[in-house]
Design a protein around this ligand. Sequence first.
Ligand SMILES: Nc1ncnc2c1ncn2[C@@H]1O[C@H](COP(=O)(O)OP(=O)(O)OP(=O)(O)O)[C@@H](O)[C@H]1O
Ligand SMILES: [Mg+2]
Length: 469
Amino acid sequence: MSHPGSILIVDDERSMRDFLRIALQRSGHTVELAESPAAAHVAYTANEYDVVLTDLNMPGGSGLDVLDGVKAARPHTQVIVITAFASTETAIAAMKRGAYDYLTKPFKIEEIGVVIERAMEKRTLVRDNIELRAELQGRFRLDRIVGKSPVMQRIFDLVKKVAPAKTSVLLSGESGTGKELVARALHNLSPREKGPFVGINCGAIPETLLESELFGHVRGAFTGAVADRPGLFAAADGGTIFLDEIGELGSQMQVKLLRVLQERTVKRVGGTSEEEFDFRVVAATNRDLEAEVERGAFRRDLFYRLNVIQLHLPPLRARREDIPFLVEHFARKHGAALGHPIAGVDPDAMAVLCDYDYPGNVRELENIIERSVTLETGERITRAALPDLTPRRRAEASAVTPAVPAEWPPEGIDLERVMNEFERDLVLKALQHSQNVRKAAARQLGISLRSLRYRLAKIGMADEEDTES
Ligand SMILES: Nc1ncnc2c1ncn2[C@@H]1O[C@H](COP(=O)(O)OP(=O)(O)OP(=O)(O)O)[C@@H](O)[C@H]1O
Ligand SMILES: [Mg+2]
C-alpha cells in the first residue's frame, strides 16, 4: 500500500457498504459512507476525497448524478463506478463522462485493491502537477518574467534586491531576451510602482527631436515649438524612465544626459531655469557598451553613471532549461487570450522546441507558440502546428555522449546545467522513440515510471493525461 488516501463509498445496500469499508480500511485508507446520492452530495461538498466509489443503480438516483456532482465540485477527485454485469454499457458511458474506472459486480477484494491503488496514483500525479503549475506562479516567476535556470534565478534575486532603491540599472542582452520586461519588473516591484513608467527608444528618434522629447521645450525654442511642452523626464516624475537602445545616443546627447543624471535637474530646450524631478533611470542596450567605451563611441563617465548595477540577460540558447517553462507560460497566455485553452504540449513538439537556437530569443519563441495556438484545433500543441525549426548544430551528431571540451572554457562549465540538458535530451528522445508511451520510454531508459515522471516534472512536462493509463 503505497498511496493511502480518503475514500467516499456511495451505495444503497448496507452489506456492500460494509464489505467495501472493511476491505479498504484494512488497506490503510480513510473511509466514509453515504447511502444515497443526496447524502453523497453533502459529503463531497464538505470534504475533498481522493476517490469516490459509487454504485450506479440506487433507488435514490443514479451513480451518474454522483459522478457529475463530484466532477463539478471536486475536479481532482477520481470517481470509480460499481455496476452489475448487465449494465456494462452504462459503465462505459460513465467512463466517457469522466469516471476513472469501473468495477463489475461481483468482484474480488484484490480487484478493488488494484483499481483503488491506480486511482490514488493518478490522484497523486494530478496533485504533483498542480504543484508544478503553482511553482510556475511562484519560484519560477517574478512579475511577468518566467525563468527556472540558475542565471534567471540570480537575476530574480538581484531585481528583488535593487528594485526598491533609486539606483540606476543598465540592462544588456541580445534583442528579445526580456530587457524591457525586467525594466518593468524593477518599476513594478519598487515603491514607485504607482508612479509612471515612461519608456523611450533612443535609437528611433533623430537627435534634434530627442532632446526636446526628453527634456521638453519652451514656446518659440525652435520652429514649430508653438507652446511650452514638458519632456519625458518631467512625465516620469515619481516613477521610472526607461532609456532603451542607449547605445544609439549621439555624442552631444550623451553629454546632456550625463548632466541630467549628475544634477538630477532638467533644463528645457530654449529654457533658462532648472527643474528638479524624482526619477529612477533604467537603461538598456543590445550592444556591448563596454566595448563601445573602449573604442571611444560611448562616454566612459556616462557609462559609469548608468552602470551602477548591471544585469545581463543571456540569450535563450544559453539557458535552455527555461524553454519548457516559457512554452507552458506562452501556451497558457495565448490560449487564454484567444479563447482556446491549451492543456499541454506533445513531447515530440517540446523536443523540437528545446532543440532550436532562437536567434530572436524569447520574442521568437513567444511568436512561435502564439502562432501554433492559432493553428491548433485541439487542446494540445502538436509537432504539426510548429514551423520548420532547424535544430541547433551539434558538435558530434552521432555520439550520444555530450562532448567534453578539448579546451577548458575560461568562464568554466556549469556542470548542473550541462547534465540537466543531457538528461532532458535523452528523456525526450526516449519518449519520441516510444511513441509517447511513458512506460515504454522508462523501460528504454532503464528507470522506473515514477522516476521518469519525476524527470518529466523537472522539465515542466508533468501531465495529467498519462498516455498509458
Ligand atoms: N523571461 C521571460 N518570461 C516571459 N516572457 C518573456 C521573457 N523574456 C522575454 N519575454 C517576452 O518576449 C518579448 C520580448 O521581450 P522584451 O521586449 O523584454 O525584449 P528586449 O530584450 O527588450 O528586446 P529588444 O532588444 O528587441 O527590445 C516580450 O513579449 C516579452 O514579454
Ligand atoms: Mg526592448
